[in-house]
Design a protein around this ligand. Structure first.
Ligand code: ATP
Ligand code: MG
Length: 295
């Protein structure tokens, strides 16, 4: 069972004092490190013996782990808190099937009470570095904090980028909410362009993608900065540009270079996969809003 499935499974069995203990560990972790039982007792306003029970149970369920004298959240712990947050806000009520397992995130279906489905993206950036047991305590604490920060930040950044894109096109998945290391997204269909699906009119598809990049840049002021055939989905008729945590603002000093990088990634792929030739510089000028559509 994956960390996420385990998080969903234990959700209902958690008692109030266990949630309060988790919240205490989380608050401490994003600050100075791993709180010990005494500090947790003060933070969660629970008697020391209740904290002892809670940490033991949470450890058994895989949500908390010992770190020297203190405690730290596991990925399951973080994800349980996020799931609980969405459930409490009536956004979802159950976890569905896994959609994709990537290097930086796992994506699951999340079900709503009304029977519709969202895509729940759970970040797992740099997980290995914080589980390494050979590292010294201080370095472990720092690695753990940076693991949490990196993943919490990625989810938050993706949410805000997608909110900026919202309303400009249905080809940017709508972001519903974010919590901890996760972001709740509108589910879109399609396969990655990297799978080289048969396209009826590849040239038109390229035109659509460039037009979307232009919309993102000129209307929402955003450059994806990691666009490639891996972050474009299509069902043959529509395309979607996904994966926006690293998006930069048009005012960013490297915005132009990053935009050119995205343009090149897309045009190079279309040439290689579909034999569609397009001049990157002309495409860039178009995407940047400085010229009419090429070709
Ligand atoms: N909104 C969505 N609706 C449906 N599926 C999605 C959605 N967002 C992502 N996916 C699926 O999850 C995969 C990974 O998503 P994304 O590219 O955003 O994450 P990633 O961290 O870059 O993953 P990877 O490490 O695999 O590149 C996508 O290729 C797609 O299959
Ligand atoms: Mg991706």
């Amino acid at each position: 069972m994956s960390t996420t499935e385990n998080a969903a499974r234990v959700l209902k069995s958690l008692k109030d004092e266990e949630w309060r203990t988790l919240a205490g560990v989380e608050r401490a972790s994003t600050g100075y490190g791993t709180p010990d039982a005494g500090r947790l007792s003060r933070m969660s306003r629970l008697p020391p013996e209740r904290v002892r029970f809670a940490t033991t149970d949470l450890g058994r369920k895989g949500l908390l782990m010992r770190k020297g004298q203190g405690f730290a959240l596991t990925r399951t712990g973080v994800e349980a808190m996020a799931l609980k947050d969405y459930v409490k806000k009536d956004l979802i009520f159950a976890l569905g099937a896994i959609i994709a397992k990537g290097k930086e995130s796992d994506v699951y279906e999340a079900l709503t009470e009304e029977g519709s489905v969202y895509a729940l993206k759970l970040y797992k950036i740099g997980r290995t570095s914080f589980t390494s047991v050979r590292k010294k305590r201080a370095r472990e604490d720092a690695a753990f904090r940076s693991w949490m920060t990196a993943n919490y930040d990625a989810a938050k950044r993706e949410y805000h980028a997608l909110r900026k894109l919202e309303g400009f096109s249905a080809s940017f998945p709508r972001a519903v909410a974010y919590s901890r290391s996760t972001v709740l997204l509108e589910e879109v269909s399609g396969v990655r362009l990297s799978q080289r699906p048969i396209l009826e009119d590849p040239e038109a598809a390229l035109g659509t993608i460039l037009a979307l990049m232009r919309t993102a840049y000129t209307k929402a002021g955003l450059v994806n900065a990691d666009l490639s055939e891996y972050n474009i989905l299509t069902d043959g008729a529509s395309v979607w540009l996904i994966d926006w945590p690293q998006a930069v603002d048009e005012a960013h000093p490297n915005a132009s270079e990053l935009l050119m990088h995205d343009v090149r990634a897309v045009t190079t792929f279309f040439k290689r996969a579909y034999g569609v030739a397009a001049d990157p510089q002309r495409c860039f000028d178009y995407v940047a809003g400085r010229a009419q559509a090429p070709g």
